[in-house]
Ligand binder design. Structure first.
Ligand SMILES: C[S@@+](CC[C@H](N)C(=O)[O-])C[C@H]1O[C@@H](n2cnc3c(N)ncnc32)[C@H](O)[C@@H]1O
Length: 411
């Protein structure tokens, strides 16, 4: 155990209590054991060298970067940690695998939830990160967690089967090993990336299909190693203020899009109103409603002086790409307000048509925006039903096929 002065221990306990109180005020804890674990595990011990006030902030704290400054490892934001652990529902005695050890903080929380009868194994692909996690876990008194350095794409057969698997990095696919290493009643929580969107999905087995028991909005550092699937970032201007991010092998002609953006645009307003809270959550599940057919992408804005019509979010906007035509979401009024009207702005040869189609999808979302999102995962090679009513999108990965619906398949 780490030796610290009683002043540091007292301050840490006070800051931790405040942090967990705030989390509960934003969204009451559904699983009391997760709240208790977060009140107990000393987050600052997993962030050596980070000022104690920062260690007890809600932020995602980056601990490792590559030579270009891209984040490789971090302690995820407290809201994400609490949300995913509640999705996972670890019980005393469970055998748990975590992919993405990072600082070791989440593994310590898992160890508290699984209790002395349970067993937690955590994997990290990065030897330095794995070593740091091991050190932090020992310092905090959780040396019983097994830390392994390896590529999580293979799971960890030596300790399988697991009652629970949690992946704490963005995953483009679900490799067979994860599903095979779960017990029959097991559950996996994974931040699944579909068309550039990431959702933390809790999945359970129903015959050949894995169905979501919950789906939450989230963003994550992508997995490295065998399961890594790079996104393409296309510069739309000479100084890198506007980037188009495309995923899932989507075709995009950078030169044609740059030419389109230099030409005239078509703007349409939809009459669909959103509140500032909905804007704060990235408009809930609107992106799924825009994702079919294939054109959904992200327009990222790196400078306020971008020269575009007010994008729906200051840092960017959902966008749709069809051949050489690009449409993105806008809002009015431009500045801060309590509510906004959503609009579309399109550039390129089919701008009129794509703007109209996007506006229609936004209106369709308006009538169904309160419906929950359901995700089904079918391992490749197993029979996949026809998409059916309420289907928002289907996506084929290497190892799985995914269906996203607004209605559960039982309805
Ligand atoms: C957001 S951090 C995890 C946060 C961590 N759970 C915590 O409590 O601090 C994501 C981690 O996933 C690791 N990672 C990335 N690709 C991986 C892979 N293929 N297998 C195992 N770990 C991986 C990264 O090195 C990084 O440490």
């Amino acid at each position: 155990m780490i030796k610290e002065t009683s002043t540091v221990t007292d301050l840490a306990a006070e800051l931790r209590g405040k942090l967990v109180d705030e989390l509960g005020e934003w969204e009451p804890f559904r699983v009391p054991a997760v709240e208790n674990a977060m009140r107990t595990v000393p987050r600052h011990v997993f962030l050596p060298g980070v000022p104690i006030e920062e260690a007890y902030s809600h932020a995602n704290i980056v601990t490792h970067r590559d030579a270009e400054g891209v984040a490789l490892s971090s302690a995820s934001s407290t809201g994400t940690v609490a949300g995913m652990l509640q999705q996972l529902e670890v019980r005393p005695g469970h055998r748990v695998l975590e992919i993405g050890a990072g600082t070791g903080y989440n593994a310590a929380l898992l160890a508290r939830l699984a209790g002395p009868e349970g067993e937690v194994t955590t994997l990290d692909i990065d030897p330095d990160v794995a070593e740091g996690a091991r050190r932090n876990l020992t310092a905090a008194g959780y040396g019983r967690v097994q830390v392994i350095c390896g590529d999580g794409a293979d799971g960890y057969p030596a300790a399988a089967p697991f009652d629970r698997i949690i992946v704490t990095a963005g995953s483009w696919d679900i490799p067979p090993a994860w599903l095979e290493q779960l017990t029959p009643g097991g559950r996996i929580v994974v931040p699944l990336r579909i068309r550039g969107l990431t959702r933390s999905v809790a999945l359970e087995r129903h015959g050949v299909c894995w169905r979501s028991v919950s789906v939450e909005n989230d963003g994550f550092i992508p997995l490295r190693g065998a399961g890594h699937q790079p996104e393409r970032n296309i510069r739309l201007d000479s100084d890198g203020k506007l980037i188009l991010r495309v995923d899932d092998g989507q075709p995009a002609d950078a030169d044609a899009l740059r030419r389109a953006l230099g030409g005239s645009s078509v703007q349409l307003w939809t009459g669909v109103m959103v509140t500032s809270q909905e804007k704060g959550t990235g408009f809930g599940n609107l992106d799924y409603w825009l994702a079919e057919p294939d054109g959904l992408c992200r327009l990222l804005i790196r400078s306020p002086d971008h020269g575009l019509v007010a994008p729906a979010l200051a840092y960017g906007s959902m966008a749709l790409l069809e051949g050489e035509t690009l449409a993105y979401l806008t809002k009015r009024p431009e500045g801060e307000a309590s509510s906004y009207e959503l609009g579309v702005c399109a550039y390129g040869p089919a701008s009129e048509k794509l703007a109209r189609r996007t506006a229609e999808r936004i209106r369709a979302w308006d009538t169904g925006r309160t419906l929950a999102t359901h995700i089904e995962v079918y391992p490749s090679g197993s029979p996949v039903p026809s998409p059916g009513t309420g289907t928002l999108l289907t996506a084929a990965k290497l190892h799985i096929r995914v269906i996203v619906r607004t209605l559960s398949p039982d309805k």
